[in-house]
Design a protein around this ligand. Structure first.
Ligand code: GDP
Length: 297
């Protein structure tokens, strides 16, 4: 599957390298434990998660006599760490369901919006995208192209227009046109962090004026290749505007796939989508069981 292919680099660290550790050894000793811990940290699951996991491994070390045993224990303990209860997918209660998408430039926000719109269209949902990243002309152009590819409507204003007004109009248009989903793109320039967060708050308030309980979802897009930096970004956005879900992009081709485990172990915020490529169908609904199976396949 594309998930399995996408995770190949991370899998290499966790499986091939674990096999290598056990060459010529029959039981766990302190050296081996240290090497295991290093491996876990290399996969970018974060120091705390690695420590948590090492505790569990140490407690069960008498049961481990080969790489296969160790992988099985890591696999089930990772699953336990991942807060799996929060992954029950409930259908949205409101129509339109308003999704505000945030994230810093370059993480794959535009691409993720396009993929998400296409996914919803495939489920026969009516989708409208609002181009509220008015700061970059190229961003509006790009999101327009994605909306065409996905078969979604787009609401856009001229360059440098008020992003809050675009979001407001997007929701109004979606209500008038009977859409099921509104996806709202937002700016992601990082060099003016404070202004960005203020802008996002303003956009969020404008949404509430267009529709009482909007946004129903605030989806933060993070780039897996940035490893643990992704977690600092999550904290920053969550403190400023409150995140309800995470989309993690670029899991293909990175050895830092362990960051998924870190996100799931660190935050109460569910990881909802993962990006495993640049194409329109390379977005998957995150399923922890499938993820772990692909990671150790
Ligand atoms: P934005 O600035 O956050 O809107 O980022 P873009 O959506 O323009 O994406 C930046 C780059 O990342 C583009 O070259 C995308 O093709 C690429 N990209 C986005 N998502 C993924 C993914 O899941 N996998 C890979 N390999 N590339 C991705």
């Amino acid at each position: 599957s594309s998930l399995k292919k996408g995770l190949s680099k991370t899998r290499e660290v966790l499986t091939t390298d674990i096999d290598d550790l056990f060459r010529g050894k029959r039981k766990i000793d302190d050296d081996l434990l240290e090497e295991i811990e290093e491996l876990l940290i290399t996969s970018d699951m974060g120091v705390q998660t690695s420590i948590d996991l090492m505790d569990k491994i140490k407690k069960q070390s008498s049961k481990i006599s080969n790489a296969h045993d160790l992988k099985n224990i890591i696999k089930s303990e990772i699953y336990n760490l991942m807060n799996t209860d929060q992954y029950i997918n409930e259908p949205p209660l409101s129509k339109p369901h308003v999704i505000m998408v945030v994230g810093v430039n370059g993480v794959g926000k535009t691409t993720t919006i396009g993929k998400l719109a296409a996914k919803l269209k495939n489920d026969n949902k009516k989708v409208l995208i609002a181009a509220a990243d008015t700061f970059r002309a190229a961003a509006v152009e790009q999101i327009s192209l994605w909306s065409q590819k996905a078969g979604a409507d787009i609401v856009k204003h001229r360059e440098n227009a008020d992003p809050a007004a675009v979001a407001y109009d997007g929701i109004e248009a979606a209500i008038a046109r009977g859409k099921d989903y509104v996806i709202i793109d937002t700016a992601g320039r990082l060099h003016t962090k404070v202004n960005l967060m203020e802008e996002l708050k303003k956009i969020k308030r404008a949404m509430g004026k267009a529709m009482a309980d909007a946004p129903h979802e605030i989806l933060l897009v993070l780039d897996a290749t940035t490893g643990q930096n992704a977690l600092s970004q999550a904290r920053l956005f969550h403190e400023a505007i409150g995140i309800t879900g995470i989309a993690l992009t670029k899991l293909d081709g990175t050895a830092k796939g362990g960051v998924v485990i870190s996100i799931c172990n660190t935050f109460e915020i569910p990881l909802k989508y993962i990006g495993v490529g640049e194409k329109i169908d390379d977005l998957q609904i995150f399923d922890p069981k499938k993820f772990i199976d692909a990671l150790f396949a």
